[in-house]
Each structure stands twice: as C-alpha cells, then as structure tokens.
Ligand binder design. Structure first.
Ligand SMILES: *Cc1c(COP(=O)(O)O)cnc(C)c1O
Length: 366
C-alpha cells in the first residue's frame, strides 16, 4: 500500500524531539497561545526569521489567517479582492467572511497559478487587493503581479498555505506583499499536530492589529479596543512547529528529489509539472494531467496506491457560488484542468521503490 501522505513515518523520524517538546509544554501548562506563551513567542520568532519578515503572528488555522489579515487591512463590504479560480476554498471564503467580494481569475495551463494576463480585465474601481496562491508549492508570477498591483494601487496578500520555503527569484514566498498567510494543517509542508496558522508581515501596525483581531481585540487582558475573535495558536502546536521547522529545508529537498524521480520514471505522454526558471517549487503536491484521469485514479486504487484530486471542482463552479451563474467559458482553463489533474503520492519519506511502483502503473495505463 502506498499512502498519499505518511505523517506517521515523519513522526517516527523525529519522535524524541517531538515527545520532548510536548512534554515541556504540558509540564509548563503553556496550553493556550497568546503573547504570554513562550512557546508561541519562540515559534513566531523562528518562523519570521525563516521567511525573512519582521513579524509573525500565530493563529488558529490558515483560513483564519487570511480572514484576519483581510479584516486588518480594512477590507469589507463594497470591496473586491482578486483570487485564483483554482485553489482551496479558504482563499475566497475568507474574503466573503469579511463582507468583501472575491473576484475569480482563471489560472495558467502550465503553472496552475493565477494567469497574470487575465488579471487586468478583472480589475474595477472597487478592486482593493489580490491574493495570489502559490498552488501546489510553486510560486505565482510575483514580478508580474507586483507590477499590476503597483499600477492599480492594489494590496498583495500571498496565500502561502502550500508553499512553506518556496522561492521566487531567490526570495522566499511570504515576502512579496503587504502580508502573507500560512496554514500548518498537518498535511502541509510544515504541519502541526492539529490546526494552526500564521500571518507574516513587515508592517508593525498590521502585526499588532492582526494579533488583536486574533485575540478578542486586546493586547492587554480585559482591554478590548474592538471586537475580535478567538483564533490563537496553541502552545502545543507552536512547540511542535518549532521542532519541525528545523527539518523543513531537508524535507522540502526530499520532495524536490521525489518530484525529479517521478519526472524521470514517467515515460508516457502524461503532462508532468513544469517549473519556470527562477522558481523554487517545494512540491506540496505533485500534480499530473491525464485525459483518462478517472480511470487512472481507479487503476491506482486497485493497486492500493492513494492518489487525490486538488481540486475536482474549480471554485466558481462549486455549489456555494452557483448563484454567480458562471459557465465553462468564464474560466476555461480551471474548468478543464479540474477534469484532468491528479495528485500523486508526495511526501518527504516517499521512497524510490514506491515511486517506481506508482509510475509503472501510470506508464501502463497511458
Ligand atoms: C490549506 C489551505 C488553506 C487553509 O488552511 P487551513 O489551515 O486548513 O484553514 C488556505 N489556502 C490554501 C491554498 C490551502 O491549501
């Protein structure tokens, strides 16, 4: 059996460090996050240093991270925010939750990230921000996006949920906009043992505002300057993430090696991921395109190989957006990709033997 991800294998490889970190948090009863928790302070410090930003604010999950930063930037009813048509629903959901309107833009056929040539026509007088998603671990075209944002005075919020450690022209994603968000959902490249997320920024005022929004609008206990919410990063997750961050580069390199092995062993006419020059892809997912996707997925399943689809329905076509009445023609690439894409098993501990097994079936099927 070849699983899609193997979180157990990763735990076993760092069991001592993790168990030790968990024990420390319990011994200190440092359960709940917030500015007084030393495990939170430590993680926020090392993660900001890793990404290359001045501030990191931990929060409950990656969806909250987007929602909180959209709110902190003052976006709400009457404002439009550009998001890619192919991503996890959190990206658009967080915009809607703040009362702002997500505006979808189609993605590029090859990179799967937002098609910068199609952004301009989506811009109106109400457009305030753009949320590029570094989908599957590949950075979006940040030069082009930065140029468009400058011309039209738009804020950039990067959704880095799938791209911890990815780089664009030698610079880590998370450093290109006014702020960026991360998810530490267990299966992400850097994942906790439960839900967790963070916002990074170089803007001190924004860091303070997000911290307050994530903790009932207060910095000092009982001094609620405005209404916020409870979205704190908990102590256990912070301590676990600090341990795991030390291994992230090694794990990302293993993902990159595994992707190269897939590239090497896939000899059928299947479309494999292409990484543009000057992009460091960290392969949160290894996504291929097949005309016989559903049959191939079934065949893999028969051989006890778990493959998955990210995502089977592009956002504009989900039931929750049906009232917007989009047709296939509105986002043709996202629409057609959703019928062809297949995510193969991908995790740092995947072995060459396992990759050979998977690719053998793929080569026979196509
Ligand atoms: C996982 C993910 C999120 C949300 O993260 P959660 O921690 O699950 O809330 C947001 N955007 C993208 C692109 C994601 O993959």
């Amino acid at each position: 059996m070849i699983p899609f991800v193997d979180l157990k294998a990763q735990y076993v490889s760092i069991k001592k460090e993790i168990d030790n970190a968990i024990e420390n948090v319990i011994r200190d009863t440092a359960f709940v996050g917030g500015s007084g928790n030393k495990y939170n302070q430590e993680f926020e410090k090392v993660f900001a240093a890793y990404i290359g930003t001045k501030y990191c604010v931990g929060c409950g999950n990656g969806t909250d991270a987007i929602e909180i930063i959209v709110k902190a930037l003052g976006l709400g009813p009457g404002d439009e925010v550009i998001v890619p048509a192919l991503t996890w629903i959190a990206t658009s959901e967080a915009v809607s939750s703040c009362g702002a309107t997500p505006v979808f833009v189609d993605v590029d056929q090859t990179t799967y990230t937002i098609d910068t040539k199609k952004i301009k026509r989506a811009i109106t007088t109400k457009t305030k921000a753009i949320i590029p998603v570094h989908l599957y671990g590949l950075p979006a075209d940040m030069d082009e996006i930065t140029k468009i944002a400058k011309t039209h005075s738009l804020l950039i919020i990067e959704d880095c949920a799938q791209a911890h450690g990815a780089e664009y022209k030698g610079k880590k994603v998370g450093t290109f906009g006014v702020a960026a968000t991360f998810s530490f959902f267990p299966g992400k490249n850097l994942g906790g043992y439960g839900d967790a997320g963070a916002i990074v920024t170089n803007d001190e005022g924004l860091a303070i505002k997000t911290r307050m929004l994530a903790n009932h609008g207060m910095l000092k206990r009982h001094e609620h300057e405005f209404e916020g919410r409870n979205s704190r990063l908990d102590g256990l997750q912070a301590a676990i993430l600090s341990v795991k961050l030390k291994h992230l580069d090694k794990w990302n390199n293993n993902r990159i090696k595994n992707a190269a092995l897939y590239d090497k062993y896939i000899i059928s006419n299947i479309i494999t991921p292409k990484t543009p020059d000057h992009h460091k892809h960290v392969y949160h997912l290894y996504v291929i395109q097949s005309q016989n996707r559903d049959r191939l997925k079934e065949k893999l399943k028969e051989e006890e190989i778990e493959a998955s689809i990210h995502y089977p329905t592009a956002l504009p076509y989900l039931k929750c957006y049906q009232h917007l009445r989009y047709t296939e023609k509105d986002f043709p690439i996202a629409y057609s990709l959703s019928k062809k894409i297949l995510s193969l098993p991908m995790f740092p501990e995947l072995t060459e033997e396992q990759i050979k097994c998977v690719t053998k079936i793929i080569n026979n099927e196509n």
